[in-house]
Design a protein around this ligand. Structure first.
Ligand code: F6R
Length: 267
């Protein structure tokens, strides 16, 4: 695992954006896995800036989002479909048909999950998967105790996640309990996983992700089994890491081709 510690959330976001942008520049038909939530908002702003000012071209890019709430129509204010259109897609030149978000209001959700998984496969698999991190160690909406080899499926949110995200909903009744999410198995099949985590509230999960045992109690820890993972954290999120100095040492001694956001994309 490549662990990159940055002084501020701003630097975490800019570095994350640079990694995605490099993937698109190196492989214009990149397949990107995208996340929602508070963490990637600044990263998406930066991608939009790069598109406007530096010509970052999304014309041949395909994207697959990690998850969506069950029961929220795509145009619902809290749906992840709407989030992605407001915060990224409508500001760049991505082909609408190439921007995939699970449909939480599909008539047959189970069939939809199988189709989503198949669509990822048909696109050639995900080159770079962007991930946020839940304070309980979830990635996508794979909550503690879930399978570490699951495909895209319908999951039940934990009480902790409901609490963390409650401020985003007007009333508790409005907040869905169920989601469609890529599974840990789906995420582990992507070429490069890039995890962003900022703030002290994430420090426990960051510790579990990087230095804990591989356990379903911290689903993100399954990333330890993936051959190419970059974790970018700010100092607050890194506060519980025992091997902070080692990560700084490793970053300092990288060979040129090992430098962050270097390396050839798959395919
Ligand atoms: C969102 C997602 C979640 C979030 C996580 C962190 O698509 O899959 O795993 O990344 O809940 O959310 P924030 O960034 O709001 O702290």
């Amino acid at each position: 695992m490549e662990v990159l510690i940055r002084p501020t959330a701003e630097e975490v976001s800019l570095l994350g954006a640079r990694i995605l942008a490099r993937s698109i520049q190196a492989k214009p038909n990149s397949v990107l896995g995208l996340a929602t939530g508070r963490t990637p908002l600044r990263l998406y702003e930066e991608l939009i800036r790069m598109h406007r000012e530096e010509g970052l071209d999304f014309a041949r890019v395909t994207t697959f989002n990690l998850d969506e709430y069950v029961g929220l129509a795509p145009d619902h204010a809290q749906s992840y479909h709407r989030y992605m259109w407001e915060n990224l897609f409508r500001h760049v030149n991505i082909a609408p048909a190439a921007a995939h978000v699970p449909n939480g209001s599909a008539a047959d959700l189970r069939a939809h999950c199988l189709e989503y998984e198949e669509a990822i496969r048909a696109a050639g698999g995900i080159d770079v998967q962007l991930l946020g991190l839940g304070s309980n160690g979830h990635i996508g909406f794979n909550e503690p105790t879930g399978s570490l080899n699951a495909p895209t499926w319908i999951k039940i949110l934990s009480e902790k996640t409901l609490q963390d995200n409650a401020p985003l909903f007007a009333t508790p009744e409005e907040q869905p309990r169920h989601v469609v999410t890529m599974g840990i198995g789906t995420i582990l099949r992507s070429g490069h996983c890039v995890v962003l985590a900022c703030g002290a509230k994430k420090s426990h999960a960051v510790k579990g992700l990087i230095e804990g045992p591989v356990t379903a109690m911290c689903p993100a820890s399954a990333l330890q089994l993936h051959p190419r993972v970059t974790v970018i954290v700010d100092e607050a999120a890194a506060a519980r890491l025992d091997n902070r100095e080692h990560y700084l040492w490793v970053e300092k001694h990288k060979l040129d081709w090992q430098q962050v956001s270097g390396g050839a994309p798959r395919g």
